[in-house]
Design a protein around this ligand. Structure first.
Ligand code: SF4
Length: 635
């Protein structure tokens, strides 16, 4: 349905894979105002469709690939697309975000989103063009790794420039944490690659020549210049990230006890310098790379045995090194590349392996895997992707394995999704975020409170005080940002440069001491965001809504948008039985102090949850109340 707003192509298509027919899904300007795009738009569509009885591997599981309105406008770091559906790993709502070319080209083909329902009769690849949707037999792509498959697609299409995504062997073989790859980027988390595999879709291409409409071209272009300049001058987005990528955090994480080590049994790794961002830059980096339209360019290209490969980002680096007691950076590079080739989430894979290593050590499962013993791991990853030998079991993820063999206390997941690389016993707000996050143990969907608990600022990482309100605020910001179609790393620009330049200065010390006492102020903001009816100088996103879309937006409305998205996703999950009981962390993190001599080094989860639910307007059982849903126009 055509839109009065810029940023939208005005078409969402529902594609029935059984009949190979497509029809337009009704999506109005009112929907665009309330749910904007990307993951929130997908959640709104799924909220209308899902009853709570569907299974991830079923025809009723709609897989939605959606863009945000910023994608295609030229806004910094906005070439993103989102994939949503039910996760085969968690059984609840999943979303995963990717910086590959597909989103840009989906819009060039004339579509804001596609919804895939049903299942193809045979393995297929789907070609999206301005004049329609074309299904092709994909036998010749079957079993291909992701780079080979994408290369083959280039040979099959006449155009030089087009967007593509595909799954690897892991997706074809329904590994529960299989991802979707586009160019060198991945929608890695939550197993939606397996859903695509279940639907018998090996790859999707998109091409076209349409331009994303812009409401006010002059103002938009000036604002993009201003924003890009700001990001280039900022110490994080203009210096640290381009120089070291996210791997720059290895050292501070070690120093703060946040560096996940030995299946989350510790937060410091003696050999951290051997796997640090500095070491990576010194020994392996050839150049940094970026997604389309990104001035930050956090991605790495590394040299390994004469090959030029995509380098690891932080999560992969930590979880494939310290978490497995591996100090060989070369192996990390090799595995990171291999896992992308197989189309498998590095975070869940590494966590499942570290759980299996500990289970072997404790005599629960004789699987041959041992901490620090890494020679066989490449073969194990291949076995997982093809579901061979122990790989068939590892393909199920740590939650299911711990239910079968025992060892639930050290299966490091929340709602079935394995946690990211930040050890939360030294950043308890991050621990709360992992537990309540809508998609399970995700650092970003959890709010990334670690940024004020050691990485960036250092506001008492052990105190629960103020953390629930901070977490909620950050979650709402990241939710809105992601729905707009923007990379979350643009939020690094929110940090006042002055605080980053003098981390040991008096000002930073005062801010750190103050933050835990500002819970009340954040609660007021969280409760009445619309009072903030203005733009903040460092949050450039809100003015882009005005200039590029012609949509009324300010910081308060931006927060409300994120809040709406978060509650919408939660209410879908509640339909699938999620409640306070599921907002959990493994016992290791809540009952075993990281530092045996300091009882505070656990996550005081229940205490923070109570405050968090109240702040969110959820009942004691963690269910959004009718009043909250009505306030947010979800009901
Ligand atoms: S900051 Fe990194 S992940 Fe984000 S858009 Fe840029 S290159 Fe891609």
């Amino acid at each position: 349905m055509a839109s009065k707003y810029g940023g939208y192509m005005g078409k969402v298509m529902l594609i029935d894979l059984n009949t190979e027919r497509a029809e337009e899904y009704p999506w109005t300007d009112e929907d665009r105002e309330l749910f904007v795009g990307g993951k929130i738009m997908a959640a709104a569509i799924l909220e209308r469709h899902l009853t709570g009885k569907e299974d991830a591997f079923s025809e009723e599981n709609w897989l939605i690939i959606s863009t945000g309105p910023m994608t295609g406008t030229g806004a910094p770091s906005s070439a993103r697309f989102n994939v949503s559906g039910l996760s085969p790993l968690t059984g609840i709502l999943a979303s995963s975000n990717c910086g590959g070319s597909f989103g840009i080209y989906l819009k060039k083909a004339g579509y804001d989103a596609i919804i895939l329902k049903g299942c193809c009769k045979e393995l297929s690849w789907l070609e999206i063009r301005e004049d329609g949707f074309f299904f092709h037999n994909a036998d010749e792509l079957k079993g291909m790794k992701t780079s080979q498959c994408q290369q083959k697609l280039s040979e099959l299409l006449p155009e030089k420039n087009f967007g593509r995504l595909c799954i690897g062997p892991a997706g074809e073989n329904l590994v529960r944490y299989a991802g979707i790859v586009s160019d060198e980027r991945s929608a890695g988390r939550t197993g939606l690659g397996a859903v695509l595999g279940w639907k018998n879709i090996k790859a999707i291409t998109a091409c076209g020549k349409q331009l994303t409409p812009i409401y006010n071209k002059e103002k938009t272009s000036a604002w993009i210049k201003n924003w890009t300049k700001y990001l280039r001058a900022h110490p994080l987005t203009g210096d640290t990230m381009p120089r070291f990528g996210t791997a720059n955090l290895v050292k501070p994480m070690h120093l703060h006890g946040l560096l996940t080590t030995r299946n989350y049994s510790a937060g410091r790794f003696d050999d951290y310098e051997q796997v640090s961002g500095e070491k990576l830059a010194e020994c392996f980096n050839i150049k940094n790379k970026g997604c389309i339209s990104c001035p930050i360019r956090c991605a790495r290209t590394v040299s390994l045995d004469g090959r030029e490969l995509k380098g690891p980002e932080l999560e992969s680096l930590v979880l494939l090194s310290s978490n497995l007691m591996n100090n060989d950076l070369q192996k990390v590079l090799e595995w990171n590349w291999l896992l992308d080739e197989l189309g498998m989430d590095t975070i869940s894979t590494a966590n499942t392996i570290s759980w299996a290593m500990e289970a072997k050590e404790k005599g629960l499962w004789n699987n041959g895997l041992e901490f620090g013993s890494t020679d066989m791991l490449s073969a194990v990853f291949e076995d997982i992707a093809h579901r061979r030998g122990i790989g068939a079991e590892l393909a199920e993820g740590s939650k299911r394995l711990s239910e079968k063999y025992g060892g639930r206390d050290f299966a490091i997941h929340s709602k079935g999704l394995e946690l990211a690389a930040y050890e939360p016993r030294r950043a308890v707000g991050q621990g709360l975020g992992y537990a309540v996050s809508n998609r399970g143990g995700c650092h970003i969907n959890g709010g990334y409170a670690v940024i004020v608990e050691g990485l960036g600022l250092n506001a008492d990482p052990q105190t629960p005080r103020g953390k629930a309100d901070i977490t909620m605020l950050l979650q709402n910001v990241l939710e809105a940002l992601s729905a707009a179609g923007q990379c979350i790393f643009t939020s690094y620009g929110f940090f006042p440069a002055i605080l980053l330049k003098k981390p040991d200065g008096l000002l930073v010390g005062a801010v750190n001491r103050l933050i835990p006492h500002l819970g009340w102020a954040m609660r007021i903001i969280n409760k009445y965001p619309l009072l903030l009816a203005f733009h903040l100088p460092m949050v450039h996103h809100t003015r882009m809504f005005k200039y590029a879309l012609g949509m009324d937006m300010n910081f308060g409305k931006f927060l409300r948008l994120g809040e709406r998205g978060y509650n919408l996703e939660r209410s879908i999950n509640c339909r699938f039985g999620i409640s306070a009981e599921n907002d959990k962390l493994p016992k290791r993190l809540t009952h075993e102090p990281q530092d045996k001599g300091d009882k505070r080094t656990v996550v005081p989860l229940e205490e923070m949850k109570t405050v968090y639910y109240k702040a969110r307007g959820w009942d004691k059982n963690g269910i959004p109340t009718e009043k909250t849903l009505r306030k947010l126009k979800i009901r």
